[in-house]
Design a protein around this ligand. Structure first.
Ligand code: NAP
Length: 285
């Protein structure tokens, strides 16, 4: 793509940003759609976050992604926040509007679209959510209206309980319950859709797994690990060994990027274009 006087800039605010795959997603989408846009990583220290947003605004940056550690702390610097992002309490995408940047959360719609593309429906499902960090909380918020039940398992059970209480209030029904990690033996069912939302097993600690007991994996019908590096985690291997289906988080990453690109450019990315970007990400890992 030729950069010229009409090229618009988008980018990522984070710290660190060296290993991000987002430039590969957005620059490939720009090429595929012919949209005159370039995407860059911007390293931003937390005390400079407000300056970065103001500077981006002054430079007419079209849109930004936001990653660790800024997803929550950026909220006060925005002029508006989308309803889902507000509920989740974190944004990963900023869209330029007349008055300033509006914040969105495309991580969760990204996960939803990734699951749909893998043929996985969450409607009425029994969901087992492993973890109670920022991402697990967002998953619970997104699924609380759709899932049949959500059981949240976490090392620090108080964090799981706080999320369960919050999403039950949102849903207006007792959809979520919390369990301490070691209570997995008491899970009554055998066909959970399990979302692995902890960082256990992530590169370079690829031999780690949250629960190693194979009896646990007998209870899992589908295992969705939000980690994408390595491409196959030990959690996924154990799900498969017990006869279940297993997926990684690369498609979630892909679709959160696609949804951001669609918001910035008011366009629709086709599944064929998504597949091209996905292959590029696979090659890059
Ligand atoms: P976070 O807020 O730091 O939460 C980490 C979670 O992992 C907590 O539930 C924590 O339990 C648990 N945990 C960490 N180390 C543990 C250990 N040794 N034993 C047991 N539990 C442990 O992290 P996050 O931001 O939610 O991110 C979670 C994962 O999502 C990461 O792996 C990240 O790669 C992935 N992710 C994927 C995408 C994607 O696009 N695919 C996007 C964002 C994030 P405690 O509460 O007990 O500490």
């Amino acid at each position: 793509m030729e950069i010229n006087g009409l090229t618009r800039t988008c980018g990522l605010l984070g710290n660190p940003v060296e290993h991000t795959l987002s430039p590969a997603i957005h620059n490939t989408l720009a090429e595929l759609t012919g949209i005159n846009l370039t995407y860059l990583p911007f390293l931003v220290e937390k005390e400079k976050l407000g300056d970065a947003v103001q500077g981006a605004r002054a430079l007419h940056i079209l849109g930004l992604n936001v990653t660790v550690p800024h997803k929550e702390k950026i909220l006060p610097f925005l002029t508006a926040v989308d309803e889902l992002a507000e509920k989740i309490g974190a944004v990963n995408t900023l869209v330029s509007t007349e008055d300033g940047y509006k914040g969105y959360n495309t991580d969760m719609p990204g996960l939803y679209r990734a699951m749909a593309s893998d043929g996985i429906s969450v409607e009425g499902e029994k969901i087992l959510l492993l973890g109670a960090g920022g991402v697990a909380r967002a998953v619970a918020v997104m699924l609380c209206d759709k899932a049949g039940q959500i059981t949240i398992l976490n090392r620090t059970v108080e964090r799981a309980a706080a999320i369960a209480e919050e999403v039950n209030a949102y849903a207006g029904r007792r959809v979520a319950t919390a369990l301490a990690l070691e209570q997995y033996t008491s899970l009554p069912d055998k066909d959970y859709l399990t979302i692995q939302a902890t960082n256990v097993g992530m590169y370079p600690d690829t031999e780690k797994v949250l629960i190693s007991d194979m009896d646990f994996y007998e209870k899992i019908r589908v295992g969705y690990d939000l980690i994408y590096n390595p491409g196959e985690t030990r959690f996924m291997r154990q799900v498969k060994a017990a006869g279940g289906e297993a997926y990684n988080g690369l498609k979630m990453l892909l679709y959160q990027g696609i949804i951001a690109f669609e918001l910035w450019n008011d366009c629709k990315i086709t599944e064929e274009q998504a597949a091209v970007v996905y292959r590029k990400l696979l090659n890059g890992l």
